[in-house]
Design a binder for this molecule. Sequence first.
Ligand SMILES: [Zn+2]
Ligand SMILES: [Zn+2]
Length: 988
Amino acid sequence: MRPFVYREACAHQISGWVLNAADGVHIEAAGRDDNLHAFIQALSAHAPAAARIEHIETHIVDAGEERDASAALYQGDHGTHEEEVTGAHPHAHVGSTQQPRRASTSEQDSPASSMPPRVNKGFTIRESEDAGAHTTLVSPDIAICNDCLKELFDPNDRRYHYPFITCTNCGPRFTIIRALPYDRLKTSMEDFDLCPVCAAEYTNPADRRFHAQPDACFVCGPHLSWREARGHSPAPAIGDTRLASDAIIDRAADLIAKGSIIAIKGLGGFHLACNAASTRAVHTLRTRKHRGDKPLAIMVQDLAAASQLAEINTLEQGLLTGTVRPIVLLKRKQVTCSSPRENAELSHGDASEHVRIAQPHYAREGSRLTNASEHTLIPASSAQKKSHTHGCTTQRDPIQISPEVAGTLPELGIMLPYTPLQYLLMEACAARGITALVMTSGNRSGDPIEIDDTSAWRNLVEGGLADALLGFNRQILTRFDDSVLRVVAGRALPIRRSRGYAPTPLPLPTYTACPSSTQAQQPDRAKTQCAGHALEQQPDRAKTQCAGHAQAQCAELHPHQPAHLCTHAAEQRPQPTSSLLATGSEQKATFALTRDTNCFLSQHIGDIDQGSTLNTWHETRLHMERLFDIAPTALACDLHPAYLTSRWARATAAERHLPLIEVQHHHAHIASVLAEARASGDEDASRQVLGIAFDGTGAGTDGTVWGGEMLIADFTGFSRAARLSPWKLLGGAGAILDPKKCAWSLLTCVNLLEHPGAERLRSAFTDKETRILQHMYEHNINSPLTSSMGRLLDGLSAILGICVKASYEGQPAIELEAAAWRSGKVAQTMSQRDQVRYQLEFRELTNSDLPQPVYEDAHGSQQESSPAARSCQRGNAPTWELNPTPLLAAALDDIAVKRPPEEIALCIHQAIIQGTVHAARCIAQATSLTTCALSGGVFMNRILLAGIADGLKSQGLHVLIPQQIPVNDGCIAYGQAAVAHAHLASPQ
Ligand SMILES: [Zn+2]
Ligand SMILES: [Zn+2]
């Protein structure tokens, strides 16, 4: 921010200074009225692309104050807004708490003498005075900017083709930071001494690279490295000159053209890349990575290329080309299963025969590559010229994508290059006729994404996934997968919040006492929905944790712990805590660290179901705790008995005598939506809402598996208003990948297994399998009760024969949605006849409807209910139920008469929309609630999300949908943090 302010000040003849402070950028400016006015306007109007200016406050500094303005900064005197700017010195405070340019707060290590002391009647860049206070926020990584891109492809620029070109407006940030304040010596750039030319840029306030910490060039900076598998290839190479670097990139493109898979280092980790047009290459990648059917993301050179493949609206364009460059899920223009190119490939069986359209070339001169006899060698400069021409031509070959990339799904995940290296590689590939690369996370199945060259060589190349490794010697210090977004109804909704977004803090609402109306409405609530009321409900635990510890002993035992937490002052009721750790969910895991009302939600970590991912989770957590100087004084976790992170939280809370708040999974879902909405000023989110949480699975307080829940919720608690009728889920968690088992259970529970429409399903099991299933069903063996909407959709998908075997969670439901889209009638309303037949029946429950749930604990032994449930059961039964039996019967009737499955799939979606909206309206009327909050993985389904949201709005209900966090389990940690924050702040 400071170089930018400096330049604007010079342009407007302003004198004064600028500095970074903990709460934003402070500027003192003196000049003519009109200049001052224009200067202040320019601050937001011309701010760098990646800057986010939240607000600008100005006030007049008098002459006395002026002399010691920096002292005045810390007297909290910048809170007034004055539009009128006079000849005196307005003191501007640019509030920019999430503003990446804050990153350059580290002037204390650079000699002050390097600043021109008084340029242009004296505007100076002052040293950051708060550099030691770790409150400074860190910018996420930023895609290469247009200025750097221009230089990258300018043969006259000294950084021409330099794969690590960067400036203060772009490049790596969070992924290279070891400690704060953000300064070169505290990043992985510490290994590289600036050459004199770079050093001059770095210290010149007027230069675009002033204090650009990752700045470098071919002379001084990081360089590419290249190594191929199996020893019959060119020796390892280092790209320490332009020619050597170009040769590496050309060699990588050559191998990709031959159908090879290359491990390529990016900003937050390695990718595995191959030619997206080559069925053989993509199939090989899938096989090697054990990737199953899960769609793969692709990278294309530019927006024009992306537009060939997908329909792209303005918002999507902005996402694709913006500073983050996430993967954007886009509506495919046309799914061609077989193109002429594919036919040629399949018949010849050799991808390299036809995908290598341009003459392969790379420069040998000056490079360390050898053994290139099979290639035509032409000078790098002419190679570049040729590829550049190719890249700019308007007569491009139509882009081909193998059906192996994303099957026939209606969406395609597309991203544009965001590092200089990726631009160079795409350019080199384009010269060989390759217009799209599959770019998938570089990791072995189940492992975290690789970030280290040595480890990536071992696991990806020696492990047999990749044929070569394109790395470099700038370390990645924190793992970041690519973020994934999708635009629904004009809003960008995150699906995976990672690179470019995390860990930008999300706000937590400032919490005041529970509204008394809440208590009056639900007298039992506080006692019953107490997943979160751990402290209140478990006074014994709190006492045993600390019993016998005199205050002095406590201080000795836990020196870093505030006394009030350790001594359990105020009768086991801690004061509002300033920092807590929420451990998140098991699937799509994230964690959250809070400080005051800032919630640092971590990047997507993956599924924490094994030791290696748990280690990554701990690594990431410790890195963030260190970086932001947060020592959690309370913990929050999911109340699931077996989640690895929940078990760690319980053990840690006991060991360190920290308060632990266990939060029910779907309550966390809804709380995450409320927290985001309320922090952004939506007052309706501060009252109770009707939370609609539809997802795969989450532990319920009654020991059953929840997932089709309508909760009356606020931050501190919830009651279960309605649920999907529970059924026994044979195989438990195993049914996630075995939807036909899910379907069998479902139809058995509603007595429809013998329906003629279920013939195909029945015949999918052998007699022996059927007998085993029946035995399991009758004896409740591994068959927990579930009310999961996700599993209902999975089962329906299998009943329709759309997906009977899944290779990833949610695949059956995703393919059911894809089938509904294929019907081509998503925008139409259901026929009257279908409306009557396809129904989710909404009814009030009686006591006899509520069978005793069966709970299976972490050791597999059966109990009546979970330990959490035993403390939560009173008054916690749902009042209403959504019964899918009519819907199932209608689907089976239609299958029996051979109605197209696409039409049935659409009717199923429409019935769920209508049933949910009807239920919500009835509950809202009965409870006087006016706001609904939607969350849960099922809302990744675009038909259901848009349909239910629109339906609720048409009933006059206010609808909250998360904007900055995913609806899937990536939001759970944030929701847990919001619930725990409210509990710890609650005076009750
Ligand atoms: Zn740049
Ligand atoms: Zn240099």
